[in-house]
Structures are given as C-alpha cells and as structure tokens.
Design a protein around this ligand. Structure first.
Ligand code: PGA
Length: 265
C-alpha cells in the first residue's frame, strides 16, 4: 500500500485520508491480529493515506507492523504540557516517541464525556503544532443545536476558538474532522449533501481566518457512522477529503474495504 498522489477537488490536490479511531477498544491480542491481517487486505497501489489511532497501550507495538503496510499511526488525544505531574495524561513527545505522526484533538467524546472545553482544546492544538504532530481537530454540533438552526454557529465557534493564536505556518498540515455528534456511533450518518454543506462552510471560515490558499490546502474529513455503503457518497463531495471512522475501523476486512472503496472516487 503506497500513499501518494491525491485527488483533485475544486482544482486542488488533497490526498485522501482514511483514519481509523479505535477509541477504548481492542485487547493486545485483537490489535495484533488486526495489524497482521490488514496489510494483505489493503489495495496494492492505493493512493489514499491510511491512519490508525489505537489505544496508547498498543502504539509502540503496532508501529512497525502498520508502518510495513504503509499505515500511519496516531494518538487519540494529547496533553498540552511537556512532562510532569499530570496523572493519566500523555505528552506530544511520548506520542512522537512511539512513531505517531498524527493526533486527534477535541473529539466529541472528550468534549461531552470528559467535559473538554474550547480553551483546553486550543492549548492542545498549540502543543501539537509546536511539536509537529499533525492535529486532526474534531468539530461538530449536537442534534439539539442542529434542530435549533445553530449548527453553523457552533461549528464556526469551535473552529475559531481551537485555532486561536495559531499562525498559518503552524497550520501547514492541519486536518479538520467535521463530526456531527448525533452521527457518531449511532449508525445514523449525515447525508453526503449535508456533510458537504458543512465542510464547505468550514472551508469558507478557514478562508476568512487564514486566506484562500491555506483554506484550499487543508483537508477536511467527515466522521460519524461512516461505513462501506456510504464512504463513496462522502468522498464524492468536493470539500470532503477523507473520513474519520470509529466502529467500522475495528474490523480489518471492513476497514480495508472502506479504503478500497474510497480509492479514486
Ligand atoms: P463512528 O465514530 O464511525 O463509530 O460513528 C466516528 C468517530 O467517533 O470518529
């Protein structure tokens, strides 16, 4: 599996990113079984970038196995400090040490279950950018906010606050993930058009904040109940450059099939 090229969207080359977020799932045995079988299931000459974000306990051991298959490794979160008395946290340098190149920041489960606020997410964004870990910044509205017609306002605020104080140079590699909270783990995905509309809106916001060049270069993923039968619909959209996948990334055959279906869309 090679990672290169990219698809042209709106005149810009943005390499498709298919990212698996395992969340708090898989024993060591299950994680190793996945890594052993997935290389043979991925397309030989794929053009997408493929990423797995396993639990911390598996990062080190999975790295060589995934790297041999051309799969990148990412953390599911990062703390803003360098080191010290922060029980339970993980630092950027620890993630880099295990071979991570990406890190998920501001996932809705951390916002909703662990009570993370935009100010904390902003500090984590600064740390990741400083350490050259590529952040996948997650933003998205709840069902209530959408029903109240506040979805765009909420997403714009999350974006602006998470990126506050970051220069355009620091954001060279930034990846955004639009993940409507109501679609995560529910089996109810957004329609391709709704996801496209919000991703277009996010790109417009980026344009206002950082100019058109950067806005056109940044990859925006969709996340929320992505499966084999809807991946194409999302990747066909002009402003969607990949997917952040939870449940459907846990099974090697399903995940590899999503990667395959997403090729050259
Ligand atoms: P899901 O999770 O694919 O299981 O809906 C997506 C995510 O949380 O990133």
């Amino acid at each position: 599996m090679s990672t290169n090229n990219g698809s042209e969207r709106g005149g810009w080359m943005r390499v498709t990113l298919i990212a698996g977020n395992w969340k708090m799932n898989k024993s060591r045995r299950e994680a190793l079984a996945f890594a052993q079988v997935v290389p043979s299931l991925l397309p030989d000459t794929g053009t997408s970038e493929v990423l797995i974000c396993p639990p911390y306990t598996m990062l080190y051991e999975l790295q060589p196995l995934l790297a041999a298959a051309g799969i990148k490794l990412g953390g599911q979160d990062v703390f803003w400090g360098d080191n010290g008395a922060y029980t339970g946290e993980i630092s950027a340098s620890m993630l880099l040490d295990t071979g991570c190149t990406y890190v998920i920041i501001g996932h809705s489960e951390r916002r909703q279950v662990m009570g993370e606020r935009d100010a904390l997410i902003n500090k984590k964004m600064h740390k990741a950018c400083q350490e050259k870990l590529i952040p996948i910044l997650c933003i998205g509205e709840t069902l209530e906010q959408r029903k109240d017609g506040k979805a765009e306002k909420v997403v714009a605020q999350q974006l602006e606050q998470a990126l506050q104080g970051l220069s355009s140079q620091q954001m060279d590699n930034l990846v955004l993930a639009y993940e409507p909270v109501w679609a995560i783990g529910t089996g109810v995905n957004a329609s391709g058009q709704d996801a496209q509309d919000m991703c277009r809106f996010i790109r417009e916001q980026l344009k206002q904040l950082y100019g058109s060049q950067l806005a056109a270069a940044i990859r925006i993923l969709y996340g929320g109940s992505v499966k084999e039968d809807n991946i194409k619909e999302f990747l066909q959209q002009q402003d969607i450059d990949g997917a952040l996948i939870g449940g459907a990334s846990l099974d090697a055959a399903v995940f590899a099939n999503i990667v395959r279906l997403g090729e050259n869309v």
